[in-house]
Write a new protein. Structure first.
Length: 236
């Protein structure tokens, strides 16, 4: 598990500029919108209720991710596959490839999300098991050109016998990511707290963009599981 995370961090740091450009294609405008709503719109709508403001922001964030997330995820996966082949992907090439796959990925994600949600509603454990079973559908759609039930079947086959390891690795990844982002936020907001100013658009934008860029790490980790599983399959 740790080896996989280290490899993901290595890919992330050595290709930081490319991955940042890909992620910020969606999340720079998305972050600007979120921060504007957080500072100037939601307080008036909710009467300053922090919980309601957080829920409103979460809804907007989920809408952005659901509507446009397939674009940057597809570009990241294409770039990662090219890098593992020893090639040098460009931003334009990666985004162009993602643009051709984004609608297939959106449809497959939507249907699979409903299946996982159904499992969670019935009982938490089946939902988690389904999420692990279909953890690699993004890579299947983007890198193999399959969609729908075929992508689900590819993911199910590739995760067979590895789901416990995937779960443990992702828990560690998100835990480390949360700690890192808390440290970054503390560093960014410390000077503001010293002068009694908590709301600053520029600092909030930097914080939001850093969080979005770092969120590429779980995507890289899952890609590495996909890549290793594909390479372990017998050649027919």
């Amino acid at each position: 598990m740790i080896k996989k995370i280290r490899e993901a961090i290595g890919l992330f740091t050595s290709n930081f500029v490319l991955f940042s450009l890909i992620v910020l294609t969606v999340w720079l405008p998305g972050s600007i919108l979120l921060i504007y709503l957080r500072l100037y719109v939601f307080p008036g709508m909710t009467g300053g209720d922090e919980l309601r403001m957080t829920l409103q922001e979460l809804r907007v964030s989920q809408f952005i991710e659901g509507s446009f997330g397939t674009l940057y995820v597809g570009a990241l996966l294409h770039a990662l596959a090219q890098l593992k082949r020893g090639l040098h992907p460009t931003y334009r090439e990666s985004m162009t490839h993602a643009g051709r796959k984004c609608f297939k990925l959106f449809g497959t994600r939507f249907v699979t999300g409903l299946i996982v949600l159904g499992g969670l509603i019935l009982f938490i454990v089946p939902g988690v098991l389904l999420a692990l079973r279909y953890a690699l559908i993004d890579a299947a759609v983007v890198l193999e050109g399959v969609e729908g039930s075929k992508a689900q079947k590819v993911s199910a086959n590739l995760t067979q016998g590895k789901r416990g390891k995937i779960l443990g690795t992702m828990i560690l990844t998100y835990l480390g990511l949360s700690i890192a982002l808390m440290i970054v936020s503390w560093i960014l907001y410390l000077p503001l707290s010293l002068i009694g100013q908590q709301d600053n658009f520029g600092v909030a934008l930097i914080d939001e963009c850093v969080a979005s860029i770092f969120a590429a790490l779980p995507i890289i980790v899952l890609f590495l599981f996909y890549w290793d599983a594909k390479n372990q399959q017998p050649v027919v």
